[in-house]
Structure formats: C-alpha cells, structure tokens
Design a protein around this ligand. Structure first.
Ligand SMILES: [Zn+2]
Length: 125
C-alpha cells in the first residue's frame, strides 16, 4: 500500500528549491541520492510491461533506483531485517539492565530518550 506521502513526493515538490537554497552545502553523494529517489520507479529509469496471456491485461512496472538510501527500494529489506531482529528479542517487558549500567558508569554522557528514562525509573522501583 502506498503511503500518502513519500520522500520522492517531497523531493519532486521541493527538491529543486532545496538544492538551490543549499547550493554549495550538499555534496555529490547527497545530490546523487536525491536524484535517485526522484527517478525511482518513474519512466526516467525505464520500465517493463507485464501482460496476462489469458485476458491481455497489461501493467507497466517502472524500474527501481536500488539506491541504499531509497525508502521505496529498501523498504522491503528493512521490514525483513526488522522481522529477523524481532525474532531475536526476549519476550519480556522493556529490559533495563543495560540502561542502568549506562547511567552509572560515569563516563558516557548521552541523554536517553523519554522511553528509556521511564523504563529506567521503573526498574529502580
Ligand atoms: Zn529507489
């Protein structure tokens, strides 16, 4: 199912203005990624036609950019990766052992998210 807005939609609508406003601050890689996302699954990258032999119905499938930053191209891979990671999770409520260690080591000074903070407080009760 297609979401209401995709990154490509935003780039199509505002990409050129963004590039002009940030000229000199975007490196080649960033510009290349923007271009890839804008072109992904459009006629710019070509297409192939799938046709049913029974009824003759045909559909055009536009080619993907396959850029690793493209949310369309990597969305399926990201979901598959997430499913595998979720299978590795323990079936417990939020675990706070690692969080407790980070709070008390005196060396690391990172600010945990609210969720992590709440989990930490609960673990001390
Ligand atoms: Zn893509």
């Amino acid at each position: 199912m297609r979401p209401d807005f995709e990154v490509a939609d935003i780039f199509h609508r505002h990409g050129e203005a963004y590039r002009q406003a940030n000229a000199g601050h975007l490196d080649r890689c960033q510009l290349r990624v923007m271009a890839a996302i804008e072109a992904c699954r459009t006629a710019a990258l070509g297409a192939h036609v799938a046709r049913c032999r029974e009824c003759g119905h045909s559909e055009i499938a536009y080619c993907s950019c396959r850029d690793r930053h493209c949310p369309k191209c990597q969305g399926t891979a990201a979901r598959a990766w997430l499913e595998v990671r979720q299978a590795d999770l323990l079936e417990v409520e939020l675990c706070s052992v690692a969080i407790y260690v980070l709070f008390n080591d005196g060396v690391r000074r990172w600010r945990p998210s609210r969720l992590v903070g709440r989990a930490h407080k609960r673990s001390l009760q």
